[in-house]
Design a protein around this ligand. Structure first.
Ligand code: ASN
Length: 329
């Protein structure tokens, strides 16, 4: 890398760019990328930054259109060899979904780092400036290359596959079930603890992103006494794939299992995941996946299973090929 690494900062909104604060209330994504940069003057010493506003949304409103713009732009920057790293600012609500999507569709070894904030910029203890500084610190690390898409929050670095927002408030809202943090940031030092698991970026069969439409894939949240009609109503919206956010090891009521088995027979791809937040959903444990034609999500949470399933279906993967995807990615 040259003396000062070239880092592209792509902003999408979120609380890190929150504005119009009144008490605890604020509007996510109100501030432009220039305001984020102005809050961290030290960034100029860390990297030669160029910035772009890709979107200005709270990440609860993240869409495939923004993912398309983001993936297309990052791929172009990497292919043109215009940057040494990319930092994306993002709302925290769906940060892990965007991170995992990019992890699957970008063909590059260039570090791509997502960051955000749990508190808006005008909070007295705003966490955005520190997170942005840490993200750029990680981005310019030679060791960050080839690790897939990463997220930096609260002094820790997480692989896209692992990170999970696990609290509705507070800066320590981040968790990497089963695998732990990938690195810790201390000032300008980054201490790596392990490599990234799962196939990603340069070796992903879903990369590069081609701007294709994605099929409708939904998530059904299970609970005590979940009835068949609720599951059927969701399927009737035209789902091509359905992820069960199941109780325990990806389970649900007998009534719903039978609706899902029917759907699988009709060609809907049904993936069993767990609403618990950690652990693995394995094949044929309490549910006969072989008989029902279901896929087990392994350690992917429901919201990331939805991303992988939609991408796999968009590439024509079906049947046991889908299970192979969930085993590999
Ligand atoms: N902390 C945040 O960023 C939350 C916000 N709703 C967002 O995801 O954009």
């Amino acid at each position: 890398m040259p003396e000062r690494a070239r880092v592209a900062l792509l902003a999408t909104g979120g609380t890190i760019a929150g504005g119009q604060a009144e008490g605890l209330a604020y509007a996510a994504g109100a501030l432009p990328v220039e305001a984020l940069l102005a809050a961290v003057p030290a960034l100029g010493a860390l990297a030669a930054l160029q910035s772009e506003q890709v979107a200005s949304v709270g990440s609860q409103n993240m869409t495939l259109a923004v993912w398309d713009a983001l993936a297309t732009r990052i791929q172009a920057l990497c292919d043109a060899k215009d940057v040494d790293a990319v930092v994306v600012t993002h709302g925290t609500d769906t940060l892990e979904e965007t991170a995992y999507f990019l992890n699957l569709v970008l063909r590059t070894d260039v570090p791509v780092i997502l960051t955000g904030a749990m508190r808006p910029p005008d909070a007295p203890d705003a966490d955005g400036p520190g997170n942005l500084r840490d993200a750029v610190t990680v981005a310019v690390e030679a060791d960050a290359r080839g690790r897939g898409v990463l997220a930096v929050m609260n002094g820790r670095v997480y692989a896209a596959r692992d990170i999970q927002k696990s609290a509705a408030s507070g800066v320590d809202a981040w968790y990497a079930p089963g695998h732990g943090v990938s690195a810790r940031v201390q000032g300008v030092n980054v201490h790596w603890s392990h490599d990234t698991r799962g196939v990603h970026t340069a070796r992903s069969e879903f990369a590069p992103w081609r701007g294709q439409a994605l099929p409708r894939v939904g998530i059904l949240y299970s609970h005590a006494d979940l009835d068949a009609a609720t599951a059927q109503a969701l399927l009737d919206t035209g789902m091509k794939g359905l992820v069960l956010a199941g109780v325990g090891s990806g389970n649900t009521t007998d009534a719903v299992l039978s609706v899902l088995a029917d759907a699988a027979r009709r060609g809907v791809a049904v993936v069993r995941a767990s609403r618990t937040g950690s652990g693995a959903v394995v094949r044929n444990q309490e549910v006969d996946d072989d008989a029902a034609g279901f896929i087990a999500s392994g350690t992917l949470n429901p919201q990331k299973a939805r991303v992988l399933l939609a991408l796999a279906l968009s590439r024509g993967v079906s049947g046991q090929g889908l299970q192979a995807c969930f085993d590999r990615y």
